[in-house]
Design a protein around this ligand. Structure first.
Ligand code: ADP
Ligand code: MG
Length: 338
């Protein structure tokens, strides 16, 4: 088995908002990311994707509390002092967000911010940092990179700003890039360009990417492996091809049905009815049961485990646990075309 680059073990991110209210944003997530792969984390809004990434980056503030293990190259980041973590952030892992304007400083030029990002982690002269900044901008698609250094964030389009963010994130060649909805705020054509750039970044820097999105279309085009998140938990894990051709979890099936396909006309789209359960008040059984067409009384009663469905797939659904029958499973397979 390959050694993982990032390993989360029973990660929990709880917000103690008041004496009687604990928001369980992330509730026992275990996952591994290996070298040189793009792993997608998908799920509807509110399922805990961003809090998973913020926890990995060490960016959760009180009343948020993060427990479990976050191992990067074997080292548990939760045990590190802020200073050491600050070095690892940027050096070994970096993150880009949905809205680049929130992470770019409007009063400084692109060049200024890029050069500063480089010099924060590398011992290089200003001149050398500038040279590297120009190279990075070229790499992410600025044709007049030298001149662009002098521009301010507001002078650039959303797509170009996101490219700057990717350049900043990659400035120290981190092994892990976390991208939280990097294309959500962009036009469709620009989205595609940014996804292509992510693929280029992966091959150029041999980095692994954790790509967070609610858009399965984005996943189909880029990811090697997919993790589906629901109510703070992973409910399915599979190689991308397997997930799209044969989704196991009823929730994944629902997500796929609500995904627009080229050949479909829009009115055939089917959203999953109901909403994500509230993170301060999860039911005791399966968190998806209230919205699941296949739920039985047992589902409301017992929380399913994330079980190995076969060599490279996991699923959290009672229908796949030991003791359930092929007939049970066939019920969901038959439900595919519903
Ligand atoms: P996603 O990125 O999948 O849309 P998030 O990770 O942002 O979801 O949020 C997961 C849950 O955690 C949501 O119920 C959200 O309301 C809650 N949450 C996020 N941040 C905070 C916070 N600072 N305080 C309390 N609850 C929070
Ligand atoms: Mg989010």
């Amino acid at each position: 088995m390959a050694k993982s680059l990032l390993e989360l073990v029973n990660l929990k991110t709880y917000f103690h908002v008041s004496k009687h209210r604990i928001v369980k944003a992330v509730d026992g997530v275990s996952l591994s990311i290996y070298d040189d792969e793009i792993v997608a984390l998908v799920g509807e809004s509110g399922s805990g994707k961003s809090m998973t990434s913020m926890s990995i980056m060490g960016l959760v503030d009180p009343p948020g509390e993060v427990t479990g293990e976050i191992r990067l190259n074997g080292e548990n980041l939760l045990k590190l002092k802020e200073k050491k973590l600050d070095k690892i952030r940027g050096d070994q892992m970096a993150m880009i967000f949905q809205e680049p304007m929130t992470s770019l400083n409007p009063v400084f030029t692109i060049g200024n911010q890029l050069i500063e990002a480089i010099r924060k982690h590398k011992k290089v002269t200003k001149k050398e940092a500038k040279k590297q900044a120009v190279e990075l901008l070229r790499l992410v698609g600025f044709s007049r990179a030298e001149e662009s250094l002098k521009e301010f964030p507001h002078q650039l389009s959303g797509g170009m700003r996101q490219r700057v963010m990717i350049a900043m994130a990659m400035s120290c060649n981190p092994k892990l890039l976390i991208a939280d909805e990097p294309t959500t705020a962009l036009d469709v054509t620009i989205q595609q360009q940014i996804l292509d750039l992510m693929l280029k970044v992966k091959s150029e820097f041999q980095s692994s990417i954790l790509l967070i999105t609610h858009d399965l279309g984005v996943v189909a085009e880029t990811a090697n492996r997919v993790l589906v998140m629901y109510g703070g938990q992973i409910v399915e894990e599979a190689p991308a091809f397997d997930l799209f051709t044969n989704p196991l979890h009823p929730y994944t099936k629902g997500l796929l049905r609500s995904m627009p396909k080229m050949e479909d006309n829009k009115d055939r789209l089917e959203a999953i009815s109901g909403t994500v359960p509230l993170a301060h008040n999860f039911p005791k059984g399966c968190r998806f049961a209230a919205r699941c067409k296949f739920a039985t009384d047992a589902c409301a009663d017992k929380m399913p485990e994330l079980v190995q469905a076969n060599d490279n797939r996991k699923v959290r659904c009672l229908l796949y646990e030991e003791g359930s029958t092929t007939a049970d499973r066939n019920r969901i397979t038959e439900g595919k075309g519903l």
